[in-house]
Design a protein around this ligand. Structure first.
Ligand code: 5GP
Length: 191
């Protein structure tokens, strides 16, 4: 029997480590998980939908929500771009008798862990090496050299926090990493 107990699952990683692929796999395989839709001030990309991928809101509204303490955590993930997990989103998902899955950056993940230490499982997805991460970001072909440099610097900094998370999965092979994550989450759901 799975027990919900207002659990939270966090998947965090440096950019390019594969956390989104692992999150998608888990969501497909485990029906009691529900994706936690974050609020952000960044503009939506072409294929993204409001209230499905993100709650796309204006900076003014975001700041108002900070003041009203509506966020469980929020961060300026990129220069001038704010992202945050709304407390109402966690409640919405718990209300569906499901477990929210937070695909968020490392600092945000640390904050959630501090605030909800009881029933939270955090998984840090580690790239096999910084060189490999660089190769992946370059082969995506979507980033400029400058953006890749910035992401690599940020990644090295973020990797230094890895021991603060409950589990570390090295993503040297996506299929294996997905299966490892699946086993870890299944265990968490039983507890
Ligand atoms: P993107 O703009 O590519 O969708 O996301 C950029 C980064 O922001 C990703 O690392 C993503 O995990 C992170 N992120 C998305 N939502 C949140 C959130 O609610 N809080 C925090 N701290 N980071 C988030």
């Amino acid at each position: 029997m799975e027990s919900i107990h207002q659990k939270i699952l966090i998947i965090t990683a440096p950019s390019g480590a594969g956390k989104t692929s692992i999150t998608h796999f888990l969501m497909q395989e485990i029906p009691s998980l529900a994706f936690s839709i974050s609020a952000t001030t960044r503009k939506s990309r072409e294929n993204e939908k409001h209230e499905i991928d993100y709650y796309f809101i204006e900076m003014e509204e975001f700041k108002k929500k900070i003041q009203l303490k509506e966020f469980a955590e929020w961060e300026m993930v990129y220069e001038g771009k704010y992202y945050g997990t709304l407390k109402s989103e966690l409640k919405r998902i718990w209300g569906l008798q499901k477990i929210p899955v937070l695909d968020i950056d490392v600092k945000g993940a640390l904050h959630i862990q501090q605030q909800y230490p009881e029933n939270t499982l955090s998984i840090f997805v580690e790239p096999p090496s910084v060189d490999e991460l660089k190769n992946r970001l370059q082969s995506r072909g979507t980033e400029s050299e400058e953006s890749i440099r910035a992401r690599i610097n940020k990644a090295s900094y973020e990797i230094s926090f890895k021991d603060q998370f409950d589990k570390i999965i090295v993503n040297d092979n996506l299929e294996r990493a997905c299966l490892e994550a699946h086993a870890i989450v299944k265990d968490f759901l039983k507890s």
